[in-house]
Design a protein around this ligand. Sequence first.
Ligand code: ADP
Ligand code: MG
Length: 255
Amino acid sequence: MKPILELRKINFSYHTPAGETRALSDITLALAPGEFASVVGPSGCGKSTLLSLIAGLIKPESGEILLNGSPLTENSSNIGYMLQHDHLFEWRSVYRNVLLGLEIRGKLDAASKKKASQMLEQYGLGQFANVRPSQLSGGMRQRAALIRTLILDPELLLLDEPFSALDYQTRLTVSDDIGQIIRRSGKTALLVTHDLSEAVSLADRVFVLSRRPATVSRIVQVTFPPKSNTPLQRRNAPEFKNYFNEIWKELNRHE
Ligand code: ADP
Ligand code: MG
């Protein structure tokens, strides 16, 4: 199948008065439509930089990024981006937060408003539509942020450590919940995380990055039997620890 996203030999460095920081070195990877992939790597290795490049926020020094076979243009409106901090605005209701992206893009009309209400219902936030974000739990806030992203119908979802602000217990249920919503939406997703268990519980493939400047040091295909394929079921399946150990070893290979 034709990849939805392709990175070919991407190199990137930051230049500051203090000097040059090489962040990415020869990154090559591709995502198939509908695939859920995860990127893991040591802290500071260049994971967020990688997502910023794919989102079109910064430009590679060399190499190519293709979206549906065409070079990434200035207009990366087909890409949804979700960050650790949910960026919900307290001065807006949950419903009006969900509408924000549509408003900015000038796509707010009766049909899109109806869709927002439907999605809030569908994802269990219907009765919270008119409250302020501070009245939601951490998990509900992440759902609201995800709805705000999904309503723009992105072809590709980029998630940068979206669960890391949550406490451990909440994180398990929220990553299970959000993971399943993304699966059901059929979107192609690229999730950056430093949590190996999270990567194994959610992804079809895990890209393991080396220390900075990041290179793709290993690609691990993750498959579970259909009967134990939700994130929480995966965590309890016998295969789980094998994948975890394989990635763990790879990350520690250069220590
Ligand atoms: P990760 O997300 O894997 O923790 P980042 O992609 O955020 O890593 O950062 C990779 C490296 O680039 C780090 O050494 C970081 O300090 C540096 N870096 C990130 N953003 C900037 C910036 N805007 N200017 C200069 N250096 C940066
Ligand atoms: Mg980061």
